[in-house]
Design a binder for this molecule. Structure first.
Ligand SMILES: [Zn+2]
Length: 89
């Protein structure tokens, strides 16, 4: 067994758009509390289709080793780096 544990925290929202907003907000708040948040792994799903996951963050790798994109999964602007408060120590 791994020495890491993953928190599954059901939070409901009325639709996919607001679920993504809540999930991004929760990930960012937890990151500020120094929890080891992996934004690229954050997903949301319909309550009755939990096997169909929707990404919350883009998380594409940025060129020149600049980390990963911190924007929402559905963003249309160019990818951008993770703000300092979301970077891992
Ligand atoms: Zn991106």
């Amino acid at each position: 067994m791994s020495d890491r544990w993953v928190i599954h925290l059901p939070v409901t929202a009325p639709d996919l758009h607001r679920a993504r907003i809540f999930a991004r907000t929760a990930a960012r708040v937890l990151a500020q509390l120094s929890a080891r948040v992996e934004p690229g792994g954050v997903t949301v799903s319909a309550e009755d289709e939990q096997c169909v996951r929707h990404w919350v963050f883009c998380d594409r790798p940025l060129p020149h080793g600049r980390g990963r994109c911190a924007l929402s999964a559905e963003h249309t602007s160019p990818c951008a780096p993770r703000p300092p408060w979301l970077r891992r120590p």
